[in-house]
Ligand binder design. Structure first.
Ligand SMILES: CC(C)[C@H](C(=O)O)[C@@H](O)C(=O)O
Ligand code: SF4
Length: 425
């Protein structure tokens, strides 16, 4: 069977190619949605206004659905960012486009909660748009100019990516998460091992992997250069869809399977053999088992982001922090308003608060290094986010370790990096 990416692209092609699309083909597609944030949205707006293409946009009447999400500066930390929000808000209002205003959450989380449908093709002016692949959506990050073009014309071209199949077997052990899986994969692939590939997951282990873990894995595949990262739409996805959307998934979702042709190269991972991992500074693929860096002292811990700011991530952190006190500074940002609300209702936020956490509003928060917990010179941070390049979370001399919510919470409790399995109750 052709790759899932190729099949989704084919369905969205403006001119149906003769036969089926092949990796390497250039295809003009009509996306179902185009999303921009409060950084890239402003750049896209400038392109639209300079070219006059802004006149073509009318969200009340035409496709694609266009969303402006204010998540990187949420709420605005400076007058300049507030003014940027204002410009985008006025533009969106005039055109009748959707705005996810400050406090709504990280664009990618809101998108999987309420916008994207399995089998869709989505462009987002943000590299982590790739996250929606967990829901069998062909989603990919594009530049602001391309986003502007897609918003105005409803079209964009794509080169059909080569698939890279990853076979999962077994089940994750207690205390090991999708983050440990994706860090392991990044260690194998490096920063360029999946460039422009459609990473597609298959094998018996997929069924054992919960949706929040799939979202984490899809999210970080872009750190190896992936164009998109797709999971099949199986029973686990179907159940998650029903619980999240309160309705049945579309009938066509059944066809969104990953079935590599025999002999296609495939990387195989045994989930049962994974252990807690970190990405050491200065890059997400510079990975090591936690055991190798155990004892490193930590100043700040951040639990949040589009990688690991979901309800299950906060719950995992609460399992470790319950009845304990964080020694390191601890900042927690639920990835969306909906997650915030749920964590409030179930008592998870109370546990985190009791442990000394600062609860930040939904949004990118400290992930981006702009506000809500910027790291100082020489500080060591453990973060559940996806990037640890120098300067990413503040001072260029701060050192950031990326880890799972369990490992991050354990580092907060101990004030140093430790194996979280010893603290699980
Ligand atoms: C601001 C945006 C363009 C950027 C991205 O594309 O990923 C940001 O979200 C990030 O995580 O570095
Ligand atoms: S949470 Fe972090 S990685 Fe995700 S979109 Fe925001 S800044 Fe980018």
């Amino acid at each position: 069977m052709a790759s899932l990416a190729a099949r989704i692209i084919e369905k969205h092609a403006v001119e149906k190619p003769r036969g089926s699309v092949e990796p390497g083909d250039i295809v003009v597609v009509e996306p179902d949605a185009v999303l921009v944030n409060d950084v890239t949205g402003l750049l896209a707006l400038r392109v639209l206004e300079e070219t006059g293409a802004d006149r073509l946009i009318d969200c009340r009447r035409q496709r694609p659905r266009i969303v402006f999400a204010f998540d990187h500066y949420s709420p605005a930390p400076t007058a300049a960012t507030a003014t940027g929000h204002r410009r985008l808000r006025l533009f969106a209002r005039e055109k009748g486009c959707r705005v996810w205003d400050v406090g709504y959450g990280v664009m990618h989380q809101a998108a999987v909660e309420e916008l994207v449908e399995p089998g869709w093709l989505v462009f987002g002016a943000d590299s982590h748009t790739i996250t929606y692949g967990a829901l069998s959506v062909f989603s990919t990050g594009v530049g602001s100019t391309e986003a502007a073009y897609a918003m105005a014309t409803g079209r964009l071209w794509l080169r059909v990516p080569e698939p890279l199949y990853i076979k999962l077997e077994g089940k994750l052990p207690e205390g090991i998460t999708g983050k440990d899986l994706v860090l392991t994969l990044l260690g194998i692939l490096g920063g360029d091992g999946a460039i422009y590939r459609s990473v597609e997951f298959h094998g018996p282990g997929v069924a054992t992997l919960p949706m929040h873990d799939r979202l984490t894995v899809a999210n970080m595949m872009v750190e190896a250069g992936a164009k998109t990262a797709l999971f099949p739409f199986d029973d686990t996805a179907r159940e998650w869809y029903r619980a999240t959307r309160g309705r049945e998934p579309p009938e066509e979702a059944r066809e969104l399977r990953v079935e590599p042709e025999p002999g296609t190269d495939s990387l195989s991972i045994s989930l049962a053999k994974l252990e807690p991992m970190v990405a050491k500074p200065p890059a997400p693929y510079n990975v090591a088992p936690v055991a190798e860096v155990e004892g490193e002292e930590v100043d700040q811990v951040f639990i949040g982001s589009c990688t690991n700011g979901r309800y299950e991530d906060l719950e995992a952190a609460a399992r470790i922090l319950k009845g304990r006190r964080a020694r390191a500074r601890l900042i927690v940002a639920p990835a969306s308003r909906r997650i915030y609300r749920r964590a409030l209702e179930t008592g998870v936020l109370e546990i985190l608060h009791e442990a000394g956490a600062v609860i930040a509003p939904p949004g990118c928060a400290a992930c981006f290094g702009a506000h809500m917990g910027v790291a100082g010179d020489g500080e060591v941070v453990v973060s559940t986010s996806n990037r640890n390049f120098p300067g990413r979370m503040g001072s260029p001399s701060a050192r950031v370790y990326l880890a799972s919510p369990y490992t991050a919470a354990a580092a907060a409790v101990e004030g140093r990096i430790v194996d979280p399995r010893g603290l699980l109750s």
